[in-house]
Design a protein around this ligand. Structure first.
Ligand code: SF4
Length: 674
C-alpha cells in the first residue's frame, strides 16, 4: 500500500507543495498537490525528482570523528559527548564569542529557532548566521531601511494579474520555475514584461523590453529611470506626498543620472531606459521582481533601496497588484531569517540590543543573554583566519562551495581549532570537519518552511530519520549535554516561537494544516497578510534613500579584461549535493561551463564546447566554453552547482559594507583557450 505524505519542496524559495509516495518505508515518487496555493498542481523538474536523493546510498547515517586525518564511524553517544566536551572546553578557554553557529536555510523554522537558541542561550554568543548572508541579507537590510520590513511585499497570485512586471537580476523560469510559470501566465493575460539582465534569459524572448546592462551597473540604470520618470512628470505625486519622506534628496541625486549620461556605464541605449521607465511607471499594476543578480554585489543593499525608490516614486507599492518580489533562493531562507538565525536579531527581527526584547527571551529561557550583536558569516571567516574564532558548528551548509573565494574559505576552516558539520551528504565542507553529524532530510522531519511570499507551510515526516535523529534532536541533545534542557517536539517549538514573536503570534501547526499562513499573523484568529504596507509602511513613511552608482570592487583591466558573473540553471540546485545525485538532472548538465559571447570567442579563437581556462585574481578553472549570443560582449557567465569544478574559486569576497554580502556577480576575469 502507498502512503501519501503532503509536504513542501526542499529546493528553491518558491515553496511548492507535493505528496511523497511511500511504500514499505521507501519513498518512491512525488505527486504535486493541486490544492497547494503556491504550486496549484505544478512542479518544476527539480520538484518532480525531489524524492530521489533522500535514500541515496551516499547518505550519511553514522557520526564520523576524524582521527589522524581519517574519519572513523562513531556511536551517537560518543560523538555527541565528544562534541559537547570540545565546545565546553573552547568556551571555557577562550570565551563564548570564540564559537559560532551557522544555521541552515535547508532546515525547518523550528530547527532554526533551536539553533539560534542554542547559540544564544547555551553557548552564550550571538555568533549565529546562515546563508542568507550570501544571498538576501541585502534585501533584509535594504527593504528594512526603505519600508521597515525586509521581505516580499505582495503574493504570488497577484502576479498573473499584473500589467507590467519589471524583472531585474532574476531568472524566474530557471531559478524559481513555478513563479516563472506565473510570469508566463501574466504575459498570456496581456502583461508587458521588462527584463534587465546581462544574460539574455529565457523570459527576455517574451519581454516587451529587454535591457542588457553590464553587471554591477543597476543603480545607474534605475536612477536613470527615476530621473526620466520625474522629468516626464509621470511620478505619483499623491503617493510621494502622503506615504513617503525625503523625496527632495532623491530628486537631487537622480538629476545627475539621465538616460543619456549612464549609457557608458550601463552599456544601454537611452531610448530603452526611457521606454522601460514609461512602461513601468504608467502601467496601472506594476511590480518589481529581483533576485541575487541585484543583491550579490558590494552595493547589494543600495541596489535594493534603489528599487524601493523606483517603486515608491511611481506609487507601485503598498497596495494589491504592485510591490517588490525578492525571489528567495533556498527553500527556507526566508524562515531562517524570520527565526532569528542572524547575529543581530531574535525571531521576528527583534533586535538583540533591544533590552525589552532581550529581557523577554531571558525570562522565557531562564538564562542571561549576550547584549552585543554577533559576527556575520562573512566576518566569522575573517575572524577564523585572524585566530579569534576557534570553533564553528555548521548545519546543512557547504561554505567551501557556496562562499566566494574558495581558497580564503579553505584557509578560514583550516585555522579553526574545532569544526563540526551536520550534513546529509559528505560535502566538501564536511570533509574538512573534525566531527560530522548525520542530519536528516526534509522527508524525515515534522516542521514548517516559510517561502518567498512569507507563507509558513507544513513539512511532514514521510520516513523515519535515516541516522535515527533529526537536526532538531541533535541540537537539543547537544544542549542537554551542555547543561541546558531544550524542547525538541517541533509543534511545541513552534508554539514557543509564536509566544515570543508578536509577528507570528497566531502561527501554530493546527492553523497551517490547509494552505499555510502569510506573516504577519498577529493573533490566533488573524487570517495572515497577503499584502504588507497597505495604507502605511511598517516604518510609517516610506523612506527615499538617495543612492549613487559605485562600480564593482573589480573592474576589467588589461590582465583581466572580462566581467565574470554567476548564477543558477534549471536542472541543478545550489552546490548540487542533491540534484547531482539525480540521474535525470545530472544527465542534462553533468559539468560546469562558461558562457562567452561569439564576438569575444571569435577574437580569442575559442570554439563552442572547447576547453578553456578561466582565471581571476583568486584562482583558475579549466572548463568547457559555451559560445552564445545570450551573453553580452565583455561578460562571462558561469553556474556554481559543480563541486568538482567549483566556480567560487574565482569569485570575489569583497563585500557590501552594510549587509556583508559577497560580490559574486561581478569580478574581473581572464579567459583563454587551451
Ligand atoms: Fe521546488 Fe522551486 Fe521547483 Fe517549486 S519551483 S518544485 S519549490 S524547486
Amino acid at each position: 500500500m502507498i502512503k501519501k505524505v503532503l509536504t513542501t519542496c526542499p529546493y528553491c524559495g518558491v515553496g511548492c507543495g507535493f505528496y511523497l509516495d511511500v511504500r514499505d518505508g521507501q519513498i518512491i515518487g512525488v505527486i504535486p498537490s493541486r490544492a497547494n496555493s503556491v504550486s496549484k498542481g505544478y512542479l518544476c523538474v527539480k520538484g518532480w525528482h525531489a524524492h530521489e536523493p533522500i535514500q541515496h546510498p551516499d547518505r550519511l547515517k553514522k557520526p564520523l570523528i576524524k582521527k589522524n586525518g581519517t574519519f572513523k564511524e562513531a556511536s551517537w553517544e560518543n560523538a555527541l559527548d565528544y562534541v559537547a566536551d570540545r565546545l565546553k572546553s573552547i568556551k571555557e578557554r577562550y570565551g563564548p564569542d570564540s564559537l559560532a553557529v551557522c544555521a541552515s536555510a535547508r532546515c525547518t523554522n523550528e530547527e532554526n529557532f533551536l539553533m539560534m537558541k542554542f547559540a544564544r542561550a547555551v553557548l552564550g554568543t550571538n555568533n549565529v548566521d546562515h546563508c542568507a548572508r550570501t544571498c538576501h541579507s541585502a534585501t533584509v537590510a535594504g527593504l528594512n531601511q526603505s519600508f521597515g520590513s525586509g521581505a516580499s511585499t505582495n503574493s504570488y497570485d497577484e502576479l498573473i494579474h499584473m500589467d507590467c512586471i519589471f524583472i531585474i537580476g532574476s531568472n524566474p523560469t530557471e531559478a524559481h520555475p513555478i513563479v516563472g510559470w506565473r510570469v508566463r501566465t501574466a504575459i498570456d493575460n496581456g502583461a508587458k514584461i521588462i527584463v534587465c539582465d546581462p544574460r539574455r534569459i529565457l523570459l527576455a524572448e517574451n519581454a516587451s523590453i529587454y535591457i542588457q546592462q553590464y553587471p554591477g551597473t543597476d543603480i545607474a540604470l534605475i536612477n536613470a529611470m527615476i530621473n526620466y520618470i520625474i522629468r516626464e512628470d509621470i511620478h505619483d505625486k499623491d503617493f510621494i506626498k502622503n506615504r513617503t519622506e525625503s523625496f527632495d534628496a532623491l530628486k537631487e541625486i537622480v538629476k545627475d543620472y539621465t538616460p543619456e549620461s549612464v549609457k557608458d556605464i550601463t552599456g544601454v541605449e537611452p531610448s530603452l531606459i526611457k521606454k522601460a521607465a514609461r512602461l513601468y511607471a504608467m502601467s496601472k499594476r506594476s511590480c518589481i521582481m529581483y533576485s541575487l543578480g541585484m543583491t550579490e554585489h558590494i552595493v547589494g543593499t543600495d541596489n535594493v533601496m534603489a528599487m524601493a525608490n523606483l517603486a515608491m516614486v511611481t506609487g507601485h507599492v503598498g497596495r494589491e497588484f504592485s510591490g517588490i518580489y525578492p525571489m528567495r533562493g533556498q527553500n527556507n531562507v526566508q524562515g531562517a531569517c524570520d527565526m532569528g538565525a542572524l547575529p543581530n536579531v531574535y525571531s521576528g527581527y527583534q533586535p538583540v540590543t533591544d533590552e525589552e526584547a532581550r529581557k523577554k527571551f531571558e525570562r522565557a529561557w531562564g538564562v542571561n543573554l549576550p547584549a552585543k550583536g554577533g559576527l556575520t558569516l562573512t566576518d566569522m571567516m575573517f575572524k577564523a583566519i585572524e585566530g579569534s574564532l576557534k570553533c564553528f558548528y555548521i548545519i546543512g551548509e557547504d561554505q567551501l562551495r557556496t562562499d566566494p573565494d574558495t581558497h580564503m574559505i579553505e584557509r578560514a576552516l583550516a585555522s579553526l581549532e574545532f569544526l563540526v558539520v551536520q550534513e546529509i551528504f559528505l560535502s566538501e565542507t564536511a570533509k574538512k570537519a573534525d566531527v560530522v553529524l548525520p542530519g536528516a532530510s526534509f522527508a524525515e522531519k515534522e516542521g514548517t518552511f516559510t517561502c518567498a511570499e512569507r507563507r509558513f507551510q507544513r513539512v511532514r515526516r514521510a520516513i523515519e530519520p535515516l541516522s535515527g535523529k533529526t537536526d532538531g534532536n541533535i541540537i537539543s541533545e547537544l544542549s542537554r549535554r551542555l547543561g541546558y534542557q531544550m524542547e525538541q517536539d517541533p509543534k511545541k517549538v513552534c508554539d514557543e516561537m509564536a509566544g515570543l514573536t508578536p509577528m507570528y503570534a497566531g502561527v501554530s501547526f493546527e492553523r497551517l494544516e490547509e494552505n499555510g499562513l502569510q506573516w504577519p499573523v498577529l493573533t490566533k484568529g488573524h487570517p495572515g497578510t497577503p499584502v504588507v504596507h497597505l495604507g502605511k509602511f511598517k516604518r510609517g513613511l516610506g523612506k527615499f534613500v538617495p543612492i549613487k552608482h559605485k562600480p564593482p570592487a573589480e573592474v576589467p583591466d588589461k590582465e583581466y579584461p572580462f566581467i565574470l558573473s554567476t548564477g543558477r540553471i534549471l536542472f541543478h540546485y545550489n552546490t548540487g549535493t542533491m540534484t547531482r545525485r539525480v540521474a535525470n538532472l545530472s544527465r542534462e548538465y553533468p559539468h560546469n561551463f562558461v558562457q562567452i559571447n561569439p564576438i569575444d570567442a571569435g577574437n580569442l579563437n575559442i570554439k563552442n564546447r572547447q576547453k578553456v581556462r578561466v582565471k581571476t585574481r583568486r584562482g583558475e578553472l579549466v572548463i568547457s566554453a559555451e559560445v552564445t549570443d545570450k551573453i553580452k560582449k565583455g561578460v562571462l557567465w558561469m553556474p556554481f552547482h559543480f563541486s568538482d569544478e567549483p566556480t567560487n574559486v574565482l569569485t570575489n569576497s569583497a563585500f557590501d559594507p552594510v549587509c556583508r554580502i559577497g560580490e559574486y556577480k561581478a569580478c574581473a576575469a581572464h579567459i583563454e583557450k587551451i
